[in-house]
Ligand binder design. Structure first.
Ligand code: G3H
Length: 489
């Protein structure tokens, strides 16, 4: 087991003396299903949280600190040092991703590699940003040298489904733009920070990155209450985001960088290529067991092809392989959150009560740490699985006969991240694409929803997001334009 006893504050690795929280894996190696103890982390509270905050505030020093005033090339050198050291930790981090959150080996490797790539791309984009800001503009006799500066102290909180990638998607651009940070890893996917903590300590000046552990309520709440946080950066659920925002005494002035819930629909038109559509819907609904904010969470299928689509989709879902993350060809893996199978069962029972059936014979079969994907049909607005972001292997299918039906549902939804549109007639699709783009932020043609490649804008309308998180946009989300002006005398 890994007993992570150190936390990072003000450039120092401090040994924790207080209570610890055990970290268990959902994966068991025993016949009688015992969750595996992976290790423990400090269960920190207000006092240490505020020490971390003080360190970040002092390092920022109202924009006068070493880091916010550091030359661009020196800041880049720190980030390059960090990513170089991080790259050497691949094996350890990948292993922890598999054990802590049950992500398959190929997906865990992808998460690590993609994150390294994200940091390298961020460095390149930052260089470009700096080159551009070196150019002068002139309007009406006034020259301007426009550049980008930091915003202040950033609190970063990432999710359990991408504990490395998405947390770093917030942290890395925040750091490189000259902000100072406090970062608390997610509850699941917390130990994988252990192999990286020294790289943070070695690479950045003191106080730039402060790493704390503990429950959000105990750690993040007190930090927000001080009013000293300039940016709340969170990928997760809106309940946590709202509560943290509300605790800030000047919440209306707090800047937000948020990635929240989504209910991305697939819309399948009568002329869709069904082989392709079935494959994309499987990837979209069930990659990492559907535990992605970008997952397809509802499928609208046209009446004319619904029978054929439902049959093929249900057949294929039941052929997917369930197993441990390192098993060859595995597609479905244990769920990291112990309470989730019972929530999914609740959604299934509720839908059945309102008249839906499970289309696939294996649908809803449960073991200690898993529930087999259940395809529910026909789903309607009365059902919880239609209303809630299920974030897991329960797949609602809604039939439609006129395109206005899914469009009206999307317009009425609280969410607006992405949509997948399946159909062959490009002339019919063209006007529809314009309408869909006004309802969500990414329209995927004949392909499932996803975030990557990470250079493309990742955002959402309504309750799905605040700010944009591509490599390029994130640098802007964590900075403000400043400029020096002078006259042509
Ligand atoms: O949970 C949301 C993630 O950003 C999903 O990313 O689409 O690359 O799996 P992905």
């Amino acid at each position: 087991p890994i007993h992570q006893s150190e936390y990072l504050i003000n450039g120092e690795l401090i040994t924790w003396q207080g209570e610890t929280a055990d970290v268990y894996s959902t994966i068991s190696t025993t016949e009688d299903y015992q969750r595996t103890l992976l290790g423990s982390v400090p269960d920190m509270a207000e006092k240490e949280a505020l020490q971390a905050l003080d360190a970040a505030v002092a390092a920022y020093d109202q924009g006068q600190g070493v880091w916010p005033t550091m030359k661009v090339n020196d800041r880049i050198a720190c980030m390059e040092k960090f990513v170089g050291q991080m790259a050497g930790k691949r094996e350890e981090v990948v292993k922890l991703l598999m054990w802590e959150i049950g992500k398959s080996l190929p997906d865990s490797e992808k998460e690590f590699d993609r994150t390294v790539e994200y940091i390298k791309d961020t460095i390149e984009d930052y260089k470009q940003l700096d080159r551009n800001s070196a150019k002068f503009q002139k309007h009406d006799g006034v020259y301007a040298h426009i550049r980008r500066g930091p915003l202040g102290v950033v609190l970063c909180l990432g999710p359990y489904n991408y504990p490395l990638n998405e947390t770093f998607t917030l942290l890395i651009p925040a750091i490189i733009m000259g902000n100072t940070t406090i970062f608390k890893p997610a509850k699941h996917g917390v130990l994988l920070i252990a192999p990286l903590i020294e790289a943070f300590q070695n690479s950045f000046p003191k106080g730039v990155v402060n790493i704390v552990f503990g429950r959000g309520r105990a750690v993040a709440g007190p930090i927000m209450k001080t009013g000293k946080i300039d940016v709340l950066a969170l990928i997760g659920n809106s309940t946590s985001a709202n509560s943290l925002q509300d605790q800030h005494p000047k919440s209306n002035r707090l800047r937000l960088v948020l990635g929240l819930e989504a209910k991305n629909p697939a819309i399948i038109l009568p002329d869709a290529d069904l082989d392709l559509t079935v494959n994309e819907c499987i990837a979209g609904t069930l990659s990492f067991n559907g535990q992605r904010c970008t997952a397809l969470k509802v499928i609208y299928v046209h009446e004319d092809i619904r029978e054929e689509f439902n049959r093929r989709f249900a057949e294929k879902v039941d052929t997917l392989k369930f197993g441990n993350p390192w098993d060859e060809g595995v597609k479905l893996t244990p769920l990291p959150e112990a309470q989730k199978p019972s929530y999914f069962q609740e959604l299934i029972d509720d839908a059945r009560e309102y008249g839906a059936e499970i289309l696939n014979p294996k649908g809803g079969e449960t073991t200690e740490n898993f529930i087999w994907p259940a395809i529910l049909y026909p789903v309607n607005k009365e059902m919880k699985v239609y209303q809630e972001e299920q974030f897991g292997p329960v797949i609602p299918i809604v039939p439609f006969s006129d395109i206005s039906e899914p469009l009206d549902d999307m317009a009425a939804s609280n969410y607006g991240q992405q949509v997948s549109l399946f159909g062959s007639d490009v002339y019919a699709l063209a006007p529809l694409i314009d309408t869909l783009a006004n309802l969500v932020c990414r329209v995927n043609l004949n392909s499932s929803c996803q975030r990557g490649p990470d250079v493309y804008p990742f955002t959402g309308r309504k309750d799905s997001a605040v700010a944009t998180l591509s490599v390029h946009d994130a640098l802007r989300s964590f900075s403000i334009r400043t400029f020096v002006a002078f006259k042509d005398n």
